[in-house]
Design a binder for this molecule. Structure first.
Ligand SMILES: [Zn+2]
Ligand SMILES: [Zn+2]
Length: 380
């Protein structure tokens, strides 16, 4: 049941007001004045800068601590993030940490999709339920975050409006810039973020886990600078990437890696590739077993044996990779005095790695065969 608190009124008025105004003013503007290149550019720059600040800053940095950032980067994310008008970074992160901790719980998840697509999308914002800020003690230590928490609306208003007004004044096109660069941009930023809470828990695939409603959805990634791979994200929320594969559209991960390269970020956390593969094969095995008839014992045991082989091969490879990482760190600390011994060690390592990769490949081939067999059996 909605309680109409002053905050709920304010949120509802802001969300509906900006949407209705955009639905009326944007078509009017296009019909009477057309669309100028400068308006498109201002829209794209503001949408990208602010959207990236939500994805990189509010989400991966503050909510998940997926990497550490120097103060100029944190300040930039806080200034631009405020212009998304999605509350302060502190409140946003508090809600988001509850979302991960209690995902799909209709009482404790702030935006559970189980209460309906539109509830998870934006009705929860309109409801503006008071929630305890009991999970953001670490963020409250940061004076920049505390400052933004107090003034986020005014910071957001200044950052959202001033560049748009400046360009509008210079190009003698205040109204056009305000409609496209400010109003339409605010609505677009709102709903692209909201789609992650609604659509990314509704449409898409579940390659890593089906213990919660989160889904991978490549169509949502371009709108949110990489947040579409939500099944992966709910599995490993602390990874600085959402799309771990090189071809998955995740500009936020590229930006974070670039920030690390120039010294603005460090401590980037990532899941080992072997762990990702193991989760994927375990999920496939579970789904296949579920499709088999109850009496298909032989097929089940073939499948389980093949799964166990892939699992063991991945484990062996990861153990070896970890051991090698330790060796390399030790070696770096010692300096390069014994270069010859180093080259022997590296040679041995390469042979071992090749062997382990061959084992893994043949385990994957076994797995594919077992999968085919089970699929045939399931159809029979
Ligand atoms: Zn989620
Ligand atoms: Zn998250």
């Amino acid at each position: 049941m909605f309680k109409l608190t002053p905050r709920a009124w304010l949120n509802t008025l802001f969300l509906l007001g900006t949407l209705v105004l955009a639905l009326v003013l944007v078509p009017w503007k296009l019909a009477t004045q057309g669309l100028r290149l400068s308006e498109v550019l201002v829209f794209l720059v503001m949408y990208s800068a602010i959207g990236l600040s939500i994805t990189v800053g509010y989400h991966r940095l503050f909510s998940h601590r997926a990497f550490r950032a120097t103060w100029p980067l944190r300040l930039l994310a806080l200034l631009l993030g405020a212009a998304a008008f999605q509350n302060s970074a502190l409140a946003w992160s508090s809600d988001h940490r509850h979302h991960h901790r209690f995902v799909d719980d209709t009482e404790r998840d702030p935006y559970p999709v189980r209460k309906g697509f539109w509830y998870a999308h934006w009705l929860w914002v309109m409801e503006a339920k008071e929630r305890p800020m009991d999970s953001v003690g670490d963020l409250q230590q940061d004076p920049l975050i505390r400052w933004q928490h107090h003034y986020h609306f005014w910071i957001g208003a200044a950052v959202a409006a001033l560049p748009v007004l400046a360009v509008g004044w210079m190009t003698r096109n205040l109204i056009g810039q305000l409609v496209i660069g400010l109003l339409l941009r605010i609505v677009a930023t709102h709903h692209s973020t909201f789609l992650i809470n609604s659509a990314a828990h509704w449409f898409g695939t579940q390659p890593y886990t089906d213990t919660n409603s989160a889904r991978d959805n490549a169509f949502l990634a371009p709108l949110t600078f990489g947040e579409g791979y939500h099944n992966y994200h709910h599995m490993w929320q602390w990874d600085y990437r959402n799309g771990p594969r090189w071809y998955q559209w995740d500009p936020a991960k590229w930006l974070i890696a670039a920030a690390a390269w120039v010294g603005l970020a460090r401590g980037l956390r990532r899941v080992p590739d072997t762990e990702i593969q193991r989760a994927k094969v375990a999920m496939e095995a579970r789904l296949l077993v579920a499709t088999l008839a109850a009496d298909a014992h032989q097929a089940k045991s073939t499948l389980e044996a093949a799964h166990a082989r892939v699992d063991a091969a991945l484990s062996a490879l990861q153990t070896r990779l970890d051991a090698w990482q330790v060796k390399k760190t030790e070696w770096k600390a010692k300096g390069h005095a014994q270069a010859e011994a180093w080259s022997v060690l590296r040679g041995e390592w390469k042979i071992q790695r090749t062997q382990l990769r061959q084992d893994l490949q043949s385990a994957w081939a076994d797995w594919r065969r077992a999968r085919q067999q089970v699929k045939r059996q399931a159809l029979a």
